[in-house]
Design a protein around this ligand. Structure first.
Ligand code: FCB
Length: 482
């Protein structure tokens, strides 16, 4: 019997035995309790408290109070039948007095929180996957240059070793970084994320120091927790040129370089892409890359995490008319696309999520197949996929969210397709378990399969949670009724 099947008669898509079914969250988006048990501020505390940075002035001060409710949240996961949970660890809870020069004392209360969470998960039969960095850099490190400062990568390695030593006997997978693309470009080039800087050269230094931080963390986790698997999560783009004209194809190459290859190549091939170095040579000479760095960065990993939401369409911009962005006209504010001024992102027609993101599950299949072809032998997992829609709760708090159900069904079918064509995908984590603080959009965008009433912190599974639970139970996606 093959491990993956497509029942032609019923349309059921059966997943391989042992496939991991999870949900994902991130510390700052759900925990709250930002000043409790010794935690010090991160760049997201500072940013969200800076007027004008986050929609409606929302902050993660309380978020969905997961810090106090983690036991009932784990019970909820168990009810849904999840086999894994991907959460992130807030660095400022673990070493709250870190400086650029020294990691500082370990905060045992911070470690104790995650240790209790891990124990609760294991008792419920749920495998913990811990992300070491999901964007909440200690503010003291940002004050010393943040990711533009090489010392941040060194301190990150030390922090990773501390966490791995404390949790590595129980956590099966450690993910070093979540989406370094966002940390570097959204944080330092266009400034829509913390720390809100707009300096292209700084952003490219951040790219390298994040890659270096990943490498340092791989070494530290291997040393402290030899049995754990180590991974990195990237938000790779499925990049489509508008035509096959040379300028459009070159636009696609540039964006592929900045979004995909500047992270994939150093980690998996031990080098930076020559074309990216050439494209950006007027911005920086890349002298922050020091001898030996690429050996550190390219230490083998066990599994690569892919976050996928939406496709990317690109076109050469001729400057004859205003430049387009994915959701309309470019408003002229700083862009994350360094040295790619002549690239535009043509507006797409067709279905979109509440974020304005085009829906096209083919990108998930294509990216998984690309990774499988380019990096044979590397296990893959989908560490985030999901959608925000304008949910309207019923009086009892329940939410009928047929669009989210359809989004999940179609994207799971895309994962199944990739597996059936040979991609070694070991698991899928829906984003997100709970409605939460969606970064610069605050609480205005809801990605949860479980609704949260922010006034009462009441959790209510949406229809999509019931759909997902049925999928997990069957280890298979059933076709849409009708
Ligand atoms: C990803 C982030 C995650 C969440 C989703 C919608 O880029 O990793 O925290 O915000 O987008």
């Amino acid at each position: 019997m093959t491990s993956i099947q497509h029942d032609q008669e019923t349309g059921t898509l059966r997943f391989p035995e042992g496939f991991v079914w999870g949900a994902a969250t991130a510390a700052y988006q759900i925990e709250g309790a930002v000043a409790e048990d010794g935690r010090t501020p991160s760049i997201w505390d500072t940013f969200s408290h800076t007027p004008g940075k986050v929609l409606d002035g929302d902050t993660g001060d309380v978020a969905v109070d997961h810090y106090h409710r983690f036991r009932s949240d784990v019970a909820l996961m168990a009810e849904l039948g999840l086999t894994a949970y991907r959460f992130s660890i807030a660095w400022p809870r673990i070493t709250p007095h870190v400086t650029a020069d020294a990691i500082g004392p370990v905060n045992e209360a911070g470690l104790a929180f995650y240790s209790a969470l891990v124990d609760e998960l294991l008792a419920a039969g749920i495998s913990p996957t811990a992300t070491l960095y999901h964007w909440d850099l200690p503010q003291a490190l940002e004050d010393a240059g943040g990711w533009t400062n090489r010392a941040t990568a060194d301190r990150f390695g030390e922090y990773a070793g501390i966490v791995a030593a404390a949790l590595g006997d129980r956590v099966g997978v450690f993910t070093t970084l979540n989406e370094p693309f966002c940390s570097a470009y959204l944080g330092y080039a266009c400034g829509v994320h913390a720390p809100g800087r707009t300096d292209d050269a700084a952003a490219l230094a951040a790219v390298h120091h994040l890659n270096l931080a990943h490498g340092r963390a791989v070494a530290a986790v291997r040393a402290a927790a030899p049995a754990a698997r180590v991974s990195l999560t990237l938000n790779l783009g499925w990049i489509n040129p508008a035509t096959d004209s040379a300028p459009d194809v070159d636009a696609a190459r540039r964006i592929d370089g900045l979004q995909n290859r500047v992270f994939l190549d150093p980690v998996l091939n031990g080098r930076y892409p020559e074309d990216v170095l050439a494209d950006t040579s007027a911005v920086t000479d890349w002298s922050f890359v020091r001898p030996g760095d690429l050996e550190v960065i390219s230490a083998p990993i066990d599994v690569l995490g892919l976050n996928y939401y939406s496709p990317t369409h690109v076109r050469h911009w001729t400057r004859e008319r205003p430049r387009e962005s994915p959701t309309g006209l470019d408003d002229g504010s700083p862009r994350p696309w360094i040295a790619a001024d002549d690239v535009e992102f043509p507006t797409q027609h067709g279905p979109r999520t509440e974020m304005g993101w085009t829906i096209d599950p083919r990108g998930l299949t294509e990216l998984l197949l690309r990774l499988a072809a380019e990096h044979p032998g590397l296990d893959l997992m989908v560490t985030e996929n999901g959608a925000a829609f304008a949910d309207v709760p019923e009086p009892d708090g329940s939410v009928h969210d047929p669009e989210r159900v359809a989004y999940l069904r179609d994207h799971l079918a895309a994962v199944h397709e990739a597996i059936s064509r040979g991609a070694p995908v070991t698991g899928y984590y829906v984003w997100s378990l709970l409605d939460n603080f969606e970064w610069a959009y605050g609480y205005s965008k809801r990605f949860g399969i479980v609704a949260v009433d922010y006034a009462t912190q009441q959790r209510t599974p949406k229809d999509s949670a019931h759909f997902y639970a049925a999928t997990v139970r069957a280890n298979a996606v059933e076709p849409a009724p009708g």
